[in-house]
Design a protein around this ligand. Sequence first.
Ligand SMILES: Cc1cc2nc3c(=O)[nH]c(=O)nc-3n(C[C@H](O)[C@H](O)[C@H](O)COP(=O)(O)O)c2cc1C
Ligand code: SF4
Length: 457
Amino acid sequence: MKKFLRPFKFAQMKTTEDFKNIMAEAGLLFPVDENVDVLAEPVKIGNKVIPNRLCSQPCEGFDGNPDGSPSDLDIRRYKRIAGGGVGLVWYESIAISEDGRCNPLQMVIRPSTVKAIAHMVDEANKEALKNFGRRPYNVLQLTHSGRRANDENWKSRPLAVCENPYMDDHNSIDGSTGTITIATDHKIKEIIQGFIDGAILAQQAGFDAVDVKVCHEYILRELLSAFTRPGPYGGSFENRTRALFEIIDGIREHCGEGLDICVRLNAYDCVPYPYGWGMKMEDGVMEPDLTEPIKLCKLLVKKGVKLIDLSTMMPRYSPYGRGLMAEHEEGPEAEINPYEGCYNLWKATKEIKEAVPEGIFVCTGLTWMEQFGGNVAAGGINQGWFDIGGFGRQLTAYPDFARDLLEDKKMDRKKCCVLCDKCYDLIQIGHCQTGCVMRDSDVYMPFYKKNVQHKED
Ligand SMILES: Cc1cc2nc3c(=O)[nH]c(=O)nc-3n(C[C@H](O)[C@H](O)[C@H](O)COP(=O)(O)O)c2cc1C
Ligand code: SF4
């Protein structure tokens, strides 16, 4: 099993000051505020409003129906999330095509599923309206899984845009690798059209915005780092970002101003140049260089992209030095320090925000801060590191944490995610539906016992 270093005893930290001091002693100068009132402030996006500054980051449940429509578990998840009070619901990655699925139960947006997806959003909105008298701002993450694609039997079917010695032997989420196909320019054009068609359907389904996913191991992110690819989608900055801008222009042309466009973007990849994005342009050097990410964010904001959600290759891991590379190179026994990882990512987020102040940025990774996640979100917003606090697994464990933060001004430690990583084991080892094994155990412990423990025994 991979090892996350857990050097801090959060249960013994009684006050925000304790937390801040202990982290500072470890050299982690997180922005922290006792007062979380800023989280209740709305964010105006054109003529729409995000009612508060808490975001549920996309977390795929691997639990749609085989035809790509949402299942009852999907609907349950989004009712819990929207009904828990976050102002921004960033719906999980939904594939734009069958071959873009990362698992056989990933939802797919197509004419035959759009009604069911609309129903899911509607049910979630109703829950929020019932509890708070308003609905959240809803973003749908559109994706093509590229290297991470798997077929209906969980067989790895990687579609890459260029060779990558750091990743070629490790494509599927479970680390397996099928035969890699390098996408032709024609295939890339087909994928671009798939994103545009997906956005048209997302608008019909009632989303406020689509996220053109350019993060993690998926295909549009890979194009950003396609330094070695010949032709119109590789090499220069202009070529590597071409597909992204063709998608944005296509969505704007077909959907007008009624559908907002957002981007979840890797600030940097934690894979060395010339195979990683946002990295120092020296062979093999594992150090971010934000020159190109800043340039891209400026262009995205100029194009009217409303929100930029900054992440990195494997956001649960230390983003560079080790992180993704640790797992690849040292195997499942690698030791990973997520606190240093969060700090590096948030410092990069701050640098980008300072360089592009007109952009609205969401941060990633706040679940690691346990009961102090809201204090770091508030500190980060007040000190100009980002505009909206993004929480992933916390929503799976504690879907109404936003209500507690906004009403009681603090989170309840007893309800927090315990960072056990069992939700990830459900997908990585279990290849099955995922959710919180610890805090939602009636539903997910049976999946864990059947699909993970059983395999480990
Ligand atoms: C089970 C699971 C599914 C995820 N699915 C997605 C996804 O669909 N899209 C995405 O951009 N990130 C996905 N992520 C990453 C999360 O959005 C988030 O960045 C990560 O969990 C780190 O944030 P946290 O520490 O607040 O959980 C997923 C993470 C987990 C654990
Ligand atoms: S299974 Fe563990 S890591 Fe995942 S949400 Fe629940 S407590 Fe958090």
